[in-house]
Design a protein around this ligand. Structure first.
Ligand SMILES: Cc1cc2nc3c(=O)[nH]c(=O)nc-3n(C[C@H](O)[C@H](O)[C@H](O)COP(=O)(O)O)c2cc1C
Length: 180
């Protein structure tokens, strides 16, 4: 069947990450992001994502260039709407969701302890896509994973990486869509 071009993302199973940032006053912020991708592993490792310019995430990154890509599992699915809540600037979604902040090793924004992995980044480039959105490319400065979620490769059955089926729901098990 032929589909409208606006449906393109419905053909893609998108990994959901949670990006944490920090304000100049040191207050953390978190936002779920599905338009994201590893860009390249070398010579400089890069990770990219699309962010609306009105988001606190972009406000913080445009101030200090730093962010953490928190790799999250299926236990984050019920939290997605709360994590994406439009809270006032400098009210942290991390605290709002009862999640735990952990110090990152190379950047100021915190890691979210409940994630199964963390990719710390410093912005290297950004491309303005429209009045509304920017593609942010970060240089990866540190990477870590929970011991039980990684053994040379990601242990899928332990990490249960969360994915989004656009307009459908969330999946961590490729056979099952969970509506939230
Ligand atoms: C599953 C999911 C995926 C999302 N993906 C994106 C995305 O790729 N880019 C984006 O700008 N916003 C995305 N959002 C919306 C933001 O997370 C949401 O607007 C959030 O409030 C922005 O937070 P901030 O203002 O604290 O940065 C997504 C939300 C959800 C629930």
């Amino acid at each position: 069947m032929e589909l409208d071009v606006s449906y393109f993302s419905r053909l893609v199973v998108q990994p959901v990450i949670v990006v944490s940032t920090i304000s100049p006053n040191g207050v953390s912020n978190a936002a779920p992001i599905s338009f994201n991708a590893p860009v390249t592993t070398g010579p400089v490792p890069l990770y990219g994502f699309c962010c609306e310019t009105e988001h606190d995430t972009w406000r913080n990154i445009s101030e200090n260039g730093e962010f953490v890509v928190n790799m999250v599992g299926k236990e984050f699915a019920p939290m997605m709407n709360e994590l994406a809540a439009d809270l006032p600037y400098e009210v942290s979604e991390i605290a709002h969701c009862g999640l735990t902040e952990e110090k990152a090793s190379t950047v100021s924004p915190p890691r979210i302890a409940e994630a199964y992995g963390w990719i710390e980044c410093k912005m290297r480039e950004h491309v303005k896509l429209s009045e509304r959105a920017v593609w942010i490319i970060g240089e990866v400065t540190a990477v870590a994973a929970k011991d039980d979620a990684f053994d040379e490769n990601l242990k899928i059955e332990r990490a249960n990486p969360l994915h989004l089926v656009t307009a459908g729901g969330y999946i961590a098990d490729m056979r099952k869509i969970t509506k939230t």
